[in-house]
Write a protein that binds this ligand. Structure first.
Ligand SMILES: [Zn+2]
Length: 651
């Protein structure tokens, strides 16, 4: 939804379009104390949260005709809200895990313990899950991957600048505090925290960095179970597979083989006592993050992970954390009610119309692309034609009937939900992929493209203002949801997505000369975004954000093409002005205002290191500077900051 009061009319749009679009919004919308960033996405999420809150307050009332799903979401929520019982129960439910850890007698028993912890989805030492086979995407296979860290990225352990060293000290202090809450003496807890830091630092050293992981071939190493075993002779995988509850595995993807070699060394070097400490820390850390431990644990977790690392000032109200808990653990049971009340069938139809308009624009764009040969264009169009559209919510809802939710047992509910989810994922190994499944819950304010399914997924949560307003004019709708749809479609053709074919298989369909031309054009975006400053001396990482920036640039371009086609059908609107702006100007304003945001310095720093999306300001200015359409629409003169000499263009 275009908001004229958000504009800063003192700024020349050709000088800083983001500031022009959002200046007043930024001034008038400070970050609420319980958040670390605040933008239009967050505003909409807050709205959805209120809707979910209403649903849960009804479902928590015990009535004779509650459905099975209503019982689950209602009792989960009520248990999470029952702070007195949670405080009174303490950490007793975790004793099952603590006892198993304490009973470890030798490292030979590690596979059984890891199997148990991973069934509860406690992130320790490495990751194990099911995944589509990159080379045969119709099938699900097992995957072993790096894991076992608590800080947001391996860099947090390894960087030696003053800020990083300070955060490492603060992290060790946090681990100390948590272990003290479990009853350890201050001296013992401090020594234990050092041991945790040492183990996690070794795992970080063995991990592949985020930029390297964006290259699919870097994380695809299919091997036999015997070859996997040879990487870590000290750790019995057959034993682990039995205890984690996986079906028989004869071959799998070992995403980062070097990580498992480093793990082998680490398992030999570190003492059993230090490993026990590391596991104990992860058990309490995982539980504290779910907000169903006593206040002292939740507050200490907030102090480090939300306040120190992200810059939030206050813990979120309990109901907000509990709504998030239900959405995380029973998302499709909650989402089914949400959709019934908030997503009429017309909304799905209208979104599909919009999707078809954007697909048509991308078709035109590919067809007229100056740098691509006919052979590759033909393949690109075949891939575009095959993209499936998933809009709003899944056709088939998840079946939670085997999951027991008990009123008054908040932590138990959370653990059982984790076990349910772990088993659900492991059950997929060796079976055909269920392409009806969704990776986001219906109320989520977000969307995604999945390269291994070649589909776009738009949850109901994002299909409303400010992204899509049935009552608004085409300009703002194409600049909002239109550009977001364009963004997701373009992901099929970004540096990562372009390596997958129409079936979702990792398979090269490019001529070598077109691949080279693509790389050169993508490199222009890498350089452009590398030059942007996220906060202080921290720059945006052009390589980490390349896929998203490619999608933003392609997305807004094809949204503009789709708008032009729509306007051709109603010429009377083409030159008409709304709020003093033409439809094309409103497209750019729609895009600009989607990204209005305020962020703490702390979260800006964290996101620059870990997030594949650029900051809002760069998502706006970084794109419009590359578009001659923008220049024309706003009458910008060459040499203006929004009209650089070397504009980039991929799609
Ligand atoms: Zn994206």
């Amino acid at each position: 939804m275009f908001d004229a009061t958000a504009l800063d009319r003192n700024i020349d749009p050709c000088v800083d379009f983001y500031q022009f679009s959002c200046g007043n919004w930024i001034k008038n919308n400070p970050i609420p104390p319980d958040q670390s960033s605040w933008g239009r996405f967050n505003q909409l999420s807050e709205h959805n949260r209120m809707v979910l809150h209403d649903i849960l307050e009804k479902a928590e009332k015990v009535t004779p005709n509650r459905s099975s799903n209503e019982q689950k979401i209602g009792d989960y929520y009520a248990s999470c809200m029952d702070e007195a019982t949670i405080n009174q129960k303490g950490v007793a439910v975790l004793n099952r895990d603590f006892d198993l850890i304490a009973a470890l007698k030798s490292k030979e028993e590690l596979p059984a313990l890891l199997g148990h912890l991973h069934r509860e989805r406690i992130n320790t030492l490495f990751g194990f899950d099911s995944t589509p086979d990159f080379k045969d995407a119709k099938m699900m296979i097992a995957e072993a991957d790096q894991g076992g860290l608590s800080l947001p990225d391996k860099d947090y352990y390894l960087k030696t600048d003053a800020k990083s060293v300070e955060q490492q000290k603060q992290y060790v202090q946090h681990v100390t505090n948590m272990l003290k809450l479990l009853g350890d003496s201050p001296e013992k807890a401090a020594a234990e925290a050092d041991a945790v830091m040492k183990i996690e630092t070794a795992l970080a050293k063995g991990s592949m960095d985020r930029v390297a992981r964006r290259e699919p071939s870097n994380v695809y190493h299919k091997m036999s179970a015997a070859e996997w075993q040879a990487l870590t002779p000290a750790f019995s995988w057959p034993k682990y597979l039995t205890d984690v509850g996986a079906p028989a595995v004869t071959s799998l993807n070992v995403a980062v083989p070097d990580f498992f070699k480093a793990l082998e060394t680490e398992l030999k070097d570190v003492s059993l006592d230090d490993l026990k400490t590391y596991f104990r820390w992860h058990v309490v850390h995982a539980a504290a993050a779910t907000n169903v431990l006593p206040d002292a644990f939740v507050n200490e977790n907030f102090e480090f992970f939300s306040k120190t690392l992200r810059g939030a000032k206050e813990l979120q109200a309990r109901w907000k954390r509990c709504v998030a808990g239900v959405n995380g653990d029973l998302g499709e049971a909650l989402g089914e009610v949400y959709v019934e009340k908030n997503f009429p069938p017309e909304a799905k139809e209208r979104t599909l119309e919009m999707v078809h308009a954007l697909e048509e624009a991308l078709r035109q764009d590919i067809t007229t692309l100056p740098w691509m040969t006919e052979a590759t264009k033909k393949q690109a169009l075949i891939k575009l034609e095959a993209i499936r559209n998933k809009i709003g919510y899944p056709n088939k809802w998840r079946d939670y009937s085997s999951l027991t939710i008990v009123r008054g047992d908040a932590l138990g509910n959370s653990l059982r939900s984790n076990e349910f989810e772990a088993q659900r994922e492991l059950n997929k190994i060796g079976k055909p992929r269920d392409t009806q499944e969704w990776g986001m819950t219906p109320p989520t304010v977000n969307a995604y493209y999945d390269p291994t399914e070649n589909d776009i997924n738009f949850p109901a949560g994002i299909l409303q203002p400010p992204f899509y307003d049935f009552k608004a004019d085409d300009g703002v709708n194409f600049g909002g949801i239109g550009a977001v749809i364009g963004h997701e479609l373009t992901h099929g053709f970004d540096d990562e997505g372009r390596q997958f074919d129409k079936e979702g298989n990792l398979k090269d369909w490019w001529t070598p000369e077109d691949a080279k031309a693509f790389e050169e054009r993508a490199q222009c975006l890498v350089k452009e975004y590398d030059s942007f400053v996220a906060v202080d001396d921290v720059h945006v990482n052009g390589k980490l954000t390349l896929g998203e920036n490619t999608a933003d640039n392609g997305g807004l371009r094809i949204a503009d093409m789709a708008l032009q086609s729509a306007l051709e059908k109603k010429p009377q609107e083409k030159d008409e002005k709304f709020d003093g702006f033409t439809e094309e100007q409103r497209l750019f304003l729609g895009w600009g205002q989607v990204w209005c945001q305020n962020q703490t310095d702390q979260i800006s720093r964290l996101l620059a290191l870990t997030n594949e999306h650029s900051p809002g300001k760069n998502r706006v200015n970084g794109v419009v500077r590359n578009m001659p359409e923008f220049r024309r629409a706003w009458g910008c003169k060459s040499g203006a900051p929004m009209v650089p000499e070397n504009a980039c263009r991929v799609w």
